[in-house]
Design a protein around this ligand. Structure first.
Ligand code: KG4
Ligand code: ZN
Length: 394
């Protein structure tokens, strides 16, 4: 039996090319048990394009969501197949409405209809879903899927900002949710992923001030594009990181550190990409050693710029903590150097870095951010939830 304070959350993430569903059981004293956390990656499909192709990603989300849901319920031991009794009290009147909600998601409509015919309502109390920022077609598939579950199972729904989710994942520590407290604020937050490079000040819950962002490519995008120039696989971050670790010593290749000395907190990474392209064109022989050396210099250039701006912001805004998030934070060298530099330059600031597997897109972070929003008393109607590809943090 669940007490009133225990709620089970089903969270959905489809803002880019990962189809993620997580089920968590929250309890008293911040207990936060992850029953399942599944990510179906589309990397293989997008590899040949060297990046994510939105229409293709949407199609894959439509195909993946129901199998991932079945898998999540099964892993969480919440899956219940209908028997002859439960079939009688069916929601058949609701099936007609599904056609409307999933008007633009025909493939998903087909799959979810058979799912509802076969499975009973599971013991879930809340649906959380990413509604932006991200790729609009992909976001809609996840949101329409969440709306369908909310309507069909009569469950409350919470929309989640993807950037905030990357931050809030830091609040999960050793199976418990630790709320940030007064002495952690103000916090400097850096989100670096394939789609974002954003530096902002968090003065408290719901109190954000954007300090800077990229003027062109995101840091992860720079990893992906330079990897492509060097003939490496996608996503570029892990490929570059792996080769950089194989190069010992200081690289002789010198790449720029774009905007490192500017007083603002903006970033620019397209010049770095161009510098890699020119150097690569100049070289007749591109042996393994050259690739390793170049990877090390690319990685270092990105780390230098990110660390300098973040630490400057922390010093200037008297931050009590520094919070990192996003796929690029999975980078081993970045984690190490941020830890060292923060310790040396802003020793009083507490540094939050998520586990590597929680840096890249996942639905666990959506569950955590959704939990905070729900606990904060936020109520939403499924009919009213909309997607915003450029959703800002407010
Ligand atoms: O957060 P994420 O999964 O998706 C977005 O919200 O964009 O981030 C994906 C990005 C990709 O650009 C990928 O190359 C980068 O994160 N990334 C890395 C590493 N792992 C993933 N970048 C550097 N080093 C890594 N180990
Ligand atoms: Zn992300």
């Amino acid at each position: 039996m669940k007490t009133k304070k225990e709620i089970t959350i089903l969270a959905i993430e489809t803002s880019c090319d990962d189809t993620g569903i997580t089920i968590v059981k929250t309890g008293e004293n911040g207990s936060f048990k992850v029953l399942s956390n599944i990510i179906s990656s589309q990397v293989e499909i997008h590899k040949k394009w060297g990046g994510v192709y939105p229409a293709l990603a949407k199609r894959e989300h439509q195909k993946n969501l129901v199998p991932v849901l079945i898998d999540s319920l099964r892993k969480s031991r919440l899956s219940k197949i209908k028997n002859s009794k439960s079939k009688k009290k069916d929601y058949s009147f609701k099936f007609k409405d599904l056609e409307k909600i999933l008007e633009r998601e025909k493939e998903l409509q087909k799959r979810i209809t058979s799912f509802f015919k076969k499975y009973q309502k599971p013991d879930i109390d809340l649906i959380a879903v990413t509604n932006g920022p991200g790729l609009e077609p992909c976001l809609w598939t996840g949101v329409n899927f969440a709306k369908t579950l909310s309507y069909f199972w009569d469950l409350p729904i919470i929309s989640v900002n993807h950037v905030k989710a990357h931050i809030f994942v830091n609040m999960l520590q050793n199976g418990k949710i630790k709320k940030l407290i007064k002495r952690d604020f103000p916090a400097i937050c850096l989100i670096v992923s394939g789609g974002h490079t954003l530096l902002f000040l968090m003065k408290g819950f719901g109190k954000y001030e954007i300090l800077g962002e990229t003027r062109d490519d995101a840091a992860g995008e720079c990893f992906d594009k330079t990897a492509r120039i060097l003939g490496l696989g996608y996503p570029g971050g892990p490929e570059i990181s792996k080769r950089a670790a194989e190069f010992f010593g200081k690289p002789k290749i010198k790449l720029p550190r774009p905007m490192i000395n500017t007083k603002d907190y903006d970033f620019s990474f397209s010049g770095l990409k161009t510098a890699v392209l020119y150097d690569n064109l100049k070289k007749v022989r591109k042996d393994k050693k050259y690739i390793q050396e170049m990877c090390k210099e690319i990685q270092q250039s990105i780390i230098d710029v990110l660390a300098r701006k973040t630490i400057n912001a922390a010093i200037n805004r008297k931050a009590k903590s520094i919070i990192l998030g996003g796929g690029v934070v999975a980078n081993k060298e970045l984690r190490k150097q941020f830890t060292e530099r923060v310790k040396k330059l802003v020793p009083k600031a507490k540094l939050f870095i998520p586990k590597p597997e929680n840096c890249t897109d996942n639905a666990l972070m959506v569950a955590i951010a959704g939990y905070f929003k729900y606990k904060g008393g936020k109520k939403e109607k499924w009919k009213k939830i909309k997607v915003d590809a450029n959703l800002k943090i407010e």
